[in-house]
Design a protein around this ligand. Structure first.
Ligand code: ATP
Length: 238
């Protein structure tokens, strides 16, 4: 579904991604793990068109993505749940969700948008309870659910998540990750960036380890969980 070959990304003259190749097959849940500054956010932002300075090849459903802007990516079926959630704090929960369907309103997909809104509110019942509340007044966990819900409102086939567990209590991390498994069962393909490597690899099919802008290890999630180097560097175990 997504194939990246020899990707290099730049901030001015600084090269933040140094020749990354990876692939995500339809229906997979892929974990991308790595320390602070490894380049995980840069990779996700590049895939969805937010960072235009890159070389190499990115193909989504066999079409090259070079030169496409974020709205075109959303229209092709790629949604990002950004690091830090990036909600609109004064707007209500419902209005934040509707903004996720912004491009679909232009196409007058009112019925489909209504159905998806119901689906998201069923997926996260707490958002239904708080639907009229300003997003900025939600708890961290609720805000993360809202950020995921907003991404779903674009009806994506591939969803990119940037550290959804950040700052959340363990039971909320489990709830968010369980939700991702549910979305996977519904047929959505997932690329999950996490510093919480253990949690991510437990639910993933395969994983990639990024260090200093390079993939240093890749494999089945169960094998990565058992790998001595991964354990030492990312799972806090000897
Ligand atoms: P984190 O978990 O801390 O977000 P990350 O793995 O997502 O880390 P990136 O944020 O992608 O890493 O950063 C990769 C590299 O690019 C780092 O060296 C970082 O300092 C650099 N970088 C990120 N954003 C910019 C920017 N706007 N301008 C210049 N350099 C940047």
């Amino acid at each position: 579904m997504l194939r990246i070959r020899n990707l290099k990304c730049y901030y001015g003259r600084i090269r933040a991604i140094n020749g990354v190749s990876l692939s995500v097959r339809s229906g997979e849940l892929i974990a991308l793990i790595g320390a602070n500054g490894a380049g995980k956010s840069t990779l996700l932002q590049t895939i969805c068109g937010l960072l235009p300075r890159w070389e190499g090849e990115i193909e989504f459903e066999k079409e090259p993505l070079q030169g496409l802007k974020p709205p075109a990516m959303v229209q092709r079926g790629i949604s990002l749940v950004p690091e830090g959630r990036m909600l609109f704090p004064p707007l209500s929960v419902i209005d934040n969700l509707k903004l996720g369907a912004y491009l679909r309103y232009r196409k007058r997909e009112h019925q489909g948008i209504f159905e998806d809104l119901e689906r998201v509110l069923d997926l996260f019942p707490v958002l239904r309870e708080r639907s009229r509340q300003a997003a900025g007044t939600l708890s961290g966990g609720e805000q993360q659910m809202l950020a995921i819900g907003r991404a779903l409102m674009a009806r994506p086939r591939l969803i990119l998540l940037d550290e959804p567990s950040m700052g959340l209590a363990p039971f909320l991390v489990r709830l968010i990750l369980d939700t991702l498994l549910q979305l996977k069962e519904e047929g959505i393909t997932i690329l999950l960036v996490e510093q919480n490597a253990q949690a991510a690899l437990r639910i993933a099919d395969r994983g990639y380890v990024l260090e200093n802008g390079r993939i240093v290890l890749e494999g089945n999630a169960v094998d990565l969980l058992a790998d001595q180097d991964v354990k030492r560097a990312y799972l806090g175990k000897d």
